[in-house]
Design a protein around this ligand. Structure first.
Ligand code: ATP
Ligand code: MG
Length: 229
């Protein structure tokens, strides 16, 4: 859902290959031919964002039920039923693209860079999530806050971590992602760090995060099923 398309680049899908992706999904409620693409990662497919998506933010303004475009398309199209987990990468701002993603989601993962002081931003994002829950999507919940770009040599990292854990307690994932050169190199090779350098600290941190999320999500899904009953 990010017009910059970094998730697509990082999974080896070049700009010229990005037609019929999330723009079509949002604006036409449909997918182009072969829009769901295989990636270098087993069992992971991708719908690319294309640069047209930048215009969608404005094109959506006069559209009826504009907050629900993505949710409706994902519910109606049979292609989506084949996937157990769908991750939506969001742009940095809180416009209609992000709002569509929040309305279509069950949970949000919030990455927090430990390089500068961003706690206020997180508090305002929590309020937004609460507002979206009340107005548009009662299922939406916070999966967790992820501390990333953590640098042990930088005292600010430690301060941000302490503050985040004091403020948000169990919402903060136990796993933190360190600043790691291998993570920054991987996207230019079109593969994620766990394939680029599986032994790196970046790869092992993301693997640990995956395990933590799966564990937390199992509990959250059980709670959701009970609430639905
Ligand atoms: N832990 C890390 N260590 C080193 N480099 C990292 C780390 N995490 C991300 N990067 C690098 O920083 C850049 C931005 O990361 P990423 O795309 O995940 O951030 P973003 O907030 O989604 O940015 P954008 O708004 O551009 O999409 C990428 O080049 C990525 O490889
Ligand atoms: Mg991004």
């Amino acid at each position: 859902m990010d017009p910059q398309g970094n998730a697509s680049t990082g999974l080896g899908i070049t700009r010229s290959e990005r037609h019929g992706g999330t723009y079509n999904l949002l604006m036409e409620g449909d997918l182009g031919d072969e829009a769901i693409r295989p990636t270098p990662v087993p069992n992971l497919s991708l719908i690319a964002s294309d640069s047209d998506l930048a215009g969608a933010e404005i094109e959506l303004v006069p559209v009826a039920k504009r907050e629900f475009r993505l949710k409706t398309a994902m519910t109606d199209l049979p292609e989506f039923a084949a996937f157990r987990v769908i991750l939506l990468d969001c742009p940095p701002g809180l416009g209609l693209l992000t709002l569509n993603a929040l309305v279509a989601s069950d949970g949000v993962i919030v990455p927090l860079q430990c390089e500068f002081y961003a706690l206020e931003g997180i508090s305002s994002l929590m309020h937004t999530i609460e507002a979206v829950r009340r107005r548009f999507n009662a299922r939406l919940r916070l999966c967790g806050i992820l501390l990333t770009m953590f640098d042990r040599r930088n005292s600010l990292s430690g301060l941000v971590e302490k503050d985040a854990r004091d403020h948000f307690g169990d919402w903060v994932f136990d796993t933190t992602i360190p600043r790691n050169i291998r993570i920054s190199e991987a996207p230019s090779h079109g593969i994620p760090v766990i394939l680029y350098d599986p032994k790196s600290i970046g790869a092992s941190s993301y693997t640990a995060l995956g395990a933590e999320i799966v564990k937390k999500e199992k509990i959250a899904i059980q709670e959701q099923v009970r609430a639905d009953d």
